[in-house]
Design a protein around this ligand. Structure first.
Ligand SMILES: [Zn+2]
Length: 77
């Protein structure tokens, strides 16, 4: 029985982290993420690099890129 995940959760306790506002607003699957993948460091802004986990970072970047793509003017190829 491994206890690694539990140790990670204890290290990033909720007092030093908060859910990412950006992801919470834009990701329809936000609630299905692992709790740690939702969190950013509480003293950082809601940016991809503030995420505590690699998966959270990647998902945040994907949301940013999708938003940029949606905003870009459509050009007929
Ligand atoms: Zn985020």
């Amino acid at each position: 029985m491994e206890h690694i995940d539990h140790a990670v959760v204890r290290r990033f306790d909720t007092r030093s982290s908060r859910p990412c506002e950006f992801c919470r607003e834009l990701d329809p699957h936000f609630g299905q993420r692992r709790p740690l993948d939702q969190m950013v460091a509480s003293n950082r802004r809601a940016a991809a690099s503030s995420h505590l986990t690699e998966d959270g970072y990647v998902r945040h970047r994907m949301l940013e890129l999708r938003r940029i793509a949606a905003r870009a003017p459509l050009t007929a190829a």
